[in-house]
Design a protein around this ligand. Structure first.
Ligand SMILES: NC(=O)c1ccc[n+]([C@@H]2O[C@H](COP(=O)([O-])OP(=O)(O)OC[C@H]3O[C@@H](n4cnc5c(N)ncnc54)[C@H](O)[C@@H]3O)[C@@H](O)[C@H]2O)c1
Length: 353
């Protein structure tokens, strides 16, 4: 039995980790500020069990984060709490600086105080696993290169710059203070329970509502897609076999252009979800002004994690994408609620008038 503190555990990836870990005899503490992208229904079954608790705490609140660590005494911390949407970071970057940089600093300092008080630095009892993104490496443009763990950080968006900053903090807290940390840089995730603002759910939901499918620029941007359950398997393997002080890139070798992802969604819906006017969903595709500083290509070299940790991703991308589309078709209530005006107003604490 292990004790896991999962920050951001009410979000997309964090909740998947909570669901996986709670199936076994583990103690789980979710630390989350329950911001707009969280959804406690993602972990409602788990929260009913005795082995899983939720603490509504903002990661940047050093004192509360410290008290939570001190009380729960985790064996492993998975740090997933972050603002994660690039478009939002362009519109308003303040929450990104607060959650991703100040928040990471606060939890590192909380760990430092906790470890120094317990004088257990060398006992290998705590691992701090910081979950980051391949976006910190910037744009591979039209080259054939892949991101390696040694690639230079060249973030393009306020989101990726804030995540790059958090990675630098974690790395230097390991070097300077001996915080037992590991950093992971993962590519674009997809799967069930992902917030409707992200590309794949956004396209599925817009299509079945008969709305336009807006594609940024040419749609030729390449992302290296990974199924969220594969990401979780990688994180768990790293928590067992990963080496303190190391960075691991996580990716599945699924480099696909955005336009092709959207076409795949349309092909699936044409076959399994008939449109009222019988026209193809492809007709809903529309090209819109590109996002500023939009990176052209991301691609991960996953040799290190495969060799050193023994992790392997699933192979059948199309099958996993179809499974995801099916989930959104079968769980309309889940996303309808998130999209409803009353829910959004409640989340930002305004009165519904
Ligand atoms: N989604 C991806 O494709 C992807 C890829 C690589 C890495 N990542 C990283 O994985 C992590 C999780 O991503 P996600 O897609 O699940 O995001 P998400 O937005 O679905 O979930 C983030 C969670 O963190 C919480 N949170 C945000 N700021 C917080 C704060 N200040 N204090 C406490 N909780 C806070 C939110 O309430 C939410 O529950 C992030 O660190 C992200 O950078 C995501």
């Amino acid at each position: 039995m292990k004790k896991y503190l999962i920050t951001g555990g009410a979000g997309f990836i964090g909740s998947c980790l909570v669901r996986r870990l709670s199936k076994k005899k583990n103690q789980i503490c979710v630390l989350d500020n329950l911001s707009y992208s969280s959804n406690i229904t993602n972990i409602s079954k788990e929260l009913k069990r005795k082995n899983c608790q939720l603490k509504k705490i903002d990661l940047s609140n050093y004192k509360r984060v410290y008290r939570c660590i001190e009380k729960f005494k985790p064996d492993i911390i998975f740090n997933l709490a972050a603002e994660s949407h690039v478009d939002r970071s362009i519109d308003n970057n303040f929450p990104f600086i607060k959650s991703n940089i100040i928040g990471t600093h606060a939890i590192l300092e909380a760990c430092r105080l906790y470890l120094s008080k317990k004088k257990q630095k060398k006992n290998n009892f705590l691992k701090f696993i910081h979950i980051s993104t391949d976006e910190v490496y910037g744009d591979l443009k039209n080259s054939k290169k892949l991101f390696k763990e040694t690639s230079k950080f060249e973030p393009s968006s306020p989101y990726s710059a804030s995540k790059a900053s958090s990675d630098h903090l974690v790395n230097s807290w390991f070097k300077t203070y001996g915080i037992p940390a590991i950093i992971t840089n993962c590519s674009n995730n997809f799967g069930s329970y992902q917030h409707p603002e992200k590309l794949i759910p956004h396209m599925i939901i817009s299509a079945i509502k008969g709305k336009k499918l807006p594609i940024y620029g040419s749609g030729l941007q390449i992302r290296d897609w990974i199924y969220v359950e594969d990401h979780i398997s990688a994180l768990l393997k790293i928590s067992e076999k990963g080496k303190i002080g190391e960075t691991y890139n996580i990716g599945s070798n699924n480099q696909i252009r955005n336009i092709n992802i959207v076409k795949k969604i349309c092909f699936y819906l044409d076959k399994h979800y008939k449109k009222k006017d019988n026209e193809s969903f492809l007709n809903l595709i529309s090209f819109v002004k590109d996002r500023p500083a939009h990176d052209t290509r991301y691609a991960i070299d996953n040799t290190k994690i495969k060799k050193q940790v023994g992790w392997k991703p699933s192979k059948n991308f199309d099958k996993l994408l179809y499974k995801t589309i099916k989930w959104y078709l079968q769980n309309t209530q889940w996303w309808e609620k998130i999209l409803s005006k009353s829910y959004q107003i409640k989340r930002i604490g305004l009165k519904n008038d």
